[in-house]
Design a protein around this ligand. Structure first.
Ligand SMILES: NC(=O)c1ccc[n+]([C@@H]2O[C@H](COP(=O)([O-])OP(=O)(O)OC[C@H]3O[C@@H](n4cnc5c(N)ncnc54)[C@H](O)[C@@H]3O)[C@@H](O)[C@H]2O)c1
Length: 476
């Protein structure tokens, strides 16, 4: 479709491109999904990445990570002729009316603050080639104040100067449900500095807005804060119930029954209230740390100091899981065969960034256990980052002769395996349910000893009330 330009209205607002050409800078988990989805929605899209392997894979129709539904959408988008990829930011600057920046913002080495080197470099280089009116939209998660700083940088380096505006459009997609969340988000947030930027963004999201998706229009700092506030809330809810698990362990109470009772309270609800091994991944942990670091810079560190505790509670769950395995192994895991089920930070993803599962596997390995890991999708990533662990090719191969099995990522395959079948393969029927995902009654009936964080030794199956089970999974 060719871009048509809305005439300048009487108010003097600059022209808005009705059907803008889009670029997506950074085609990782977020950017590839965004680029593909926007092309499927009918936009002409150019995806850009500095990693030639990623560009090569996407051009060839291969998604370089596991995301259900995305390979089919990529094939459809490529076949439409509306989606292309390049490694040239100059080409992107020439092509795009609206540029979405989706590069990574990892935790800095040796600090809790976000590393903004990739964002800074993408904005600077892209802007240095833009010689006409355009909107550069950040989607990466950044510390509040970054967008204002980048707006000044862009105005300074762009040949088109103040004709290039910066906006922020934080992203809330959940890995594993990324296509659905991109095409049908709960809400859109536009952080803008002008009516033109809002109108141009509305044009870039028209099919999604036409579905009735709620839109919140904000200034730049508020839009940046929405994302970290949402992640902080979710992390806090998870760590809250895990803190209750610690108390339950000391008091001889059952955190699953406690969570079930809380979940029926409509003011609280059951989402993100599942006790267990806690959150990980490329977003929640680094986002709450970066938020805490930024709040301190702003002189309001005290306001979010609780996030340091949220982080600490979360990390303690990993050690506690190792302790439970150790208890089940008879006081020491040295020389014991441990089957570690799961490596990805959550099911339906191959993302192992800050994965609690691999942290637990590593700690068991360091304590002398013979750890065998199996994950349906994350094996290659895990083996690259943790080459000293042993990896099995199947669930069956992982559990053969195991002294203790530990469930670390609640893949469907692990949740639904028949405990009798599993029991026939292991050396001892002992399992630690690190995700409160197994049917405790069925395991006990099949002769297993089952332990779960925050639960007494012989506790049974408990349901937590949720209206959408999958939303229990920690996401960001
Ligand atoms: N993954 C998620 O579920 C998710 C959800 C919401 C928000 N976010 C945020 O989105 C951002 C990206 O996250 P991700 O998980 O997609 O990271 P990622 O590491 O998977 O992808 C980042 C990509 O950017 C590329 N890149 C780096 N510098 C570049 C440059 N100058 N030009 C072009 N490409 C460049 C990298 O090669 C990489 O492919 C982060 O800020 C993250 O916090 C992620």
């Amino acid at each position: 479709m060719s871009a048509s330009v809305t005439p300048i209205p009487a108010t003097g607002m600059p022209p808005v491109v009705d059907h803008p050409r889009l670029t997506v800078i950074g085609t990782g988990y977020l950017g590839a999904t965004h680029a593909v989805s926007m092309a499927v929605l009918g936009y002409e899209v150019l995806g850009v990445d500095v990693d030639p392997a990623k560009v090569e894979a996407l051009v060839a129709g291969r998604v370089p990570f596991h995301e259900p539904g995305l390979p089919e959408q990529l094939a459809e988008a490529l076949a439409s002729g509306r989606l292309r990829f390049t490694s040239s930011l100059r080409e992107a600057a020439e092509f795009g009316d609206v540029h979405f920046v989706c590069v990574g913002t990892p935790q800095q080495r040796g600090s809790h603050a976000a590393d903004l080197a990739y964002v800074d470099s993408a904005f600077r280089e892209l802007a240095s080639h833009i010689d006409r009116r355009a909107l550069v939209v950040g989607k990466s998660t950044v510390p509040v104040g970054t967008a204002e700083r980048l707006a000044a940088l862009v105005a300074e380096v762009a040949p088109a100067g103040a004709e290039v505006e910066v906006a922020w459009n934080p992203e809330f997609l959940r890995e594993g449900y990324a296509v659905q969340d991109t095409l049908h988000p709960d809400r859109l947030v536009f952080g803008v500095r002008s009516a033109w930027a809002e109108a141009q963004l509305r044009a870039a999201f028209r099919p999604i807005l036409d579905e009735g998706t709620p839109l919140v229009v904000a200034d730049l700092p508020t839009a940046e804060l929405v994302k970290v506030a949402a992640n902080s809330f979710l992390a806090t809810k998870i760590s809250f119930i895990n803190a209750m698990a610690e108390v339950c362990e000391a008091a001889g109470a059952d955190v699953s029954v406690l969570a079930s009772a809380l979940s029926h309270d409509t003011r609280i609800g059951g989402r993100f209230l599942k006790p267990g091994l806690g959150f990980g991944g490329g977003c929640l942990p680094k986002d709450i740390r970066a938020f805490s670091a930024r709040a301190q810079e702003l002189g309001v560190g005290q306001a979010v100091r609780f996030l340091d505790e949220v982080d600490a509670i979360n990390l303690r769950r990993r050690q506690r899981t190792v302790d439970l395995v150790t208890e089940m192994a008879g006081g020491s895991v040295a020389g014991k065969r441990i089957a570690a089920l799961g490596a990805a930070f959550k099911p339906n993803s191959d993302d192992i960034r800050d994965a609690p599962a691999l942290d637990v596997a590593r700690m068991l390995d360091e304590a002398g256990a013979v750890v065998t890991v199996y994950d349906p999708e994350a094996m290659a990533n895990a083996a690259r980052s943790y080459p000293t662990l042993r990896y099995a090719e199947s669930l069956t191969a992982a559990v053969i002769d195991a002294d203790v099995v530990v469930l670390l990522t609640e893949w469907e395959q692990f949740r639904t395996v028949d405990p009798h079948d599993l029991g026939a393969l292991v050396h001892h029927r002992r399992i630690v349910d690190g995700r409160h995902a197994l049917d405790a009654d069925a395991y006990r009936a099949a002769g297993w000893e089952l332990r779960a964080l925050g639960r007494p030794t012989a506790s049974g199956t408990v349901e937590i009330a949720v209206d959408d089970q999958d939303r229990l999974q920690a996401t960001a």
